[in-house]
Design a protein around this ligand. Structure first.
Ligand code: TRP
Length: 331
């Protein structure tokens, strides 16, 4: 029996090369050895204000990017969260088991509440409970998550504990974090102390998967580099340059040491020019495939529908058991 892996991304901002290197590329490898479910967290997106048309378009766009990047809709179950209503239903049950104090100490809630002062809604607060429902609904063994989501996964495990304390064990599997082999962390291009984020207000900070060649070149060439001129990997003293080297290494398959040797005696500018070319060439076929897919919404709809149907079979099994366990009458 293959182990089950589940992950998703909130449908906000633009998918970046950081998401590609840190997550999607890893998902692609996992699809060979695990039973994988990947979904578009469109309900999570609603915790901050969304223009309806933008949310709709972005959901298709993220889905098409998943496919263009090589996630296989046959090997994996790929779907939109809102298409499987069991997510919201299980969330309610779990919400009734989660003490407010536990949600109050979520770092991401505190950060987001500060960022969106005008819209500190209850969904922002209960966001991690929905995430727990996503995970528990599919009996996931492993959840590939970034550092910023680790606390939410911990909470999911706590919620299993609350459930079992009240109703006994055997309904949910206790999920673990899946830690990739070499967790390359891609940092912001202008501020390399910060992680590259798809929701960054300044689009100079990231390269999006679907940026055109001109944009990619411009963004990489204007990336912050550090004082000095030698091309050496040094996270402490040269975070900007080191970040570019990380990206270079992942896209080229060359080791950092090989890059240092190749660029000995050369200038930062040389590396930037080559890196821009490399990223452009790497993303060119992805972008082309993406453009093709986006022309055919009917096809995307059909795939989403199939994905949701496959997901729902499993989700329903878990939800039925939960409803029965907590004492809801099943007719
Ligand atoms: N909160 C995650 C993010 O913003 C997305 C997400 C929602 C998720 N539900 C999940 C990730 C369940 C893993 C498992 O990136």
């Amino acid at each position: 029996m293959k182990k089950t892996i589940l992950s998703g991304s909130t449908v906000t901002g633009d998918l970046t090369i950081g998401n590609y290197i840190g997550a999607i590329n890893n998902w692609k490898k996992l699809q060979e050895d695990y039973d994988c479910l990947y979904f578009l967290a469109d309900l999570h997106a609603l915790t901050v204000f969304q223009d309806p048309q933008v949310l709709r378009d972005r959901t298709y766009s993220f889905f098409a990017q998943y496919l263009a990047l090589g996630l296989d809709p046959e090997k994996n179950i790929i779907f939109a969260q809102s298409h499987v209503h069991e997510h919201a239903e299980l969330m309610w049950i779990l919400t009734c088991l989660t003490p407010m104090g536990f949600l109050n100490r979520m770092t991401q809630f505190k950060e987001k509440a500060e960022k969106h002062v005008k819209n500190v809604n209850s969904g922002l607060f209960t966001y991690p409970v929905l995430m727990a429902a996503d995970i528990l609904l599919y009996q996931a063994d492993l959840v590939p998550v970034g550092e910023d989501q680790r606390q939410h996964l911990e909470l999911t495990r706590d919620i299993v504990g609350f459930f079992e304390h009240r109703y006994g064990a055997g309904v949910f599997k206790l999920p673990d974090a899946h830690v990739g082999k070499q967790g390359a962390r891609v940092m912001s291009l202008q501020d390399p102390e910060k992680k590259m984020s798809k929701s960054d207000d300044n689009d100079k900070n990231f390269v999006s998967i679907i940026d055109d060649a001109k944009k990619i070149e411009k963004k990489i060439k204007s990336a912050t580099t550090d004082s000095g001129s030698e091309i050496t990997f040094d996270l402490e003293n040269k975070p900007g340059l080191s970040n570019l080297m990380t990206i270079y290494s992942v896209f080229s398959g060359k080791s950092i040491q090989a890059l240092e040797a190749e660029y000995a005696g050369k200038m930062y500018g040389h590396l930037k020019v080559d890196l821009a070319d490399l990223v452009v060439e790497h993303l060119r076929p992805v972008r082309e495939r993406y453009v093709e897919l986006m022309k055919n919404r009917d096809y995307l709809d059909e795939l989403l529908k199939k994905g949701a149907a496959r997901a729902q079979v499993r989700a329903r099994g878990t939800l039925d058991q939960v409803y029965k366990t907590v004492g809801l009458v099943r007719s």
